[in-house]
Design a protein. Structure first.
Length: 140
């Protein structure tokens, strides 16, 4: 079975400067504003089977306006800051078109089961681990 690369797409967002202009946090990076966001999609096709490998990258980001680097370990009052490390996840999707009107699809998300932090508001919010979904699509 020979798969052909049918499409390559991606995007990169680079925000070198995102900081407070005044006040007690002047010069600090704005929370939840990573310098780099990037996505890449490799789409393959073989007859009625189409699949994609998706790469998502999010650069490091601060969880509060003070740009505290260490995540506090005394969560009694909630965790309100710290530096969240950069992370990259991979997703794999596939769709089998059985007829013009019917297809079966599935996705394996976070293929490598990457552990990452998505937020630091009143606790540490961990990104979802590996998961999968399947479905059937019927055109009317």
């Amino acid at each position: 079975m020979e798969f052909l690369l049918s499409e390559l797409s991606g995007n990169v967002t680079w925000v070198p400067v995102s900081r407070f202009a005044s006040g007690e946090n002047a010069g600090n990076r704005i929370p939840y504003a990573p310098r780099l966001l990037a996505n890449l999609a490799l789409d393959f096709q073989h007859g009625p089977l189409r699949s994609s490998l998706l790469v998502h990258h999010r650069g490091e980001q601060f969880g509060d306006e003070t740009n505290l680097r260490d995540i506090p370990n005394d969560a009694a009052g909630g965790i309100w800051g710290g530096l969240m490390p950069a992370y990259t996840t991979l997703d794999l999707t596939a769709e089998w078109r059985t007829t013009e009107a019917l297809s079966v699809f599935g996705a394996l998300k976070n293929l490598t089961d990457e552990r990452y932090i998505t937020g630091l508001r009143q606790g540490i919010y961990v990104g979802p681990g590996r998961s999968f979904e399947v479905g059937v699509r019927q055109a009317l």
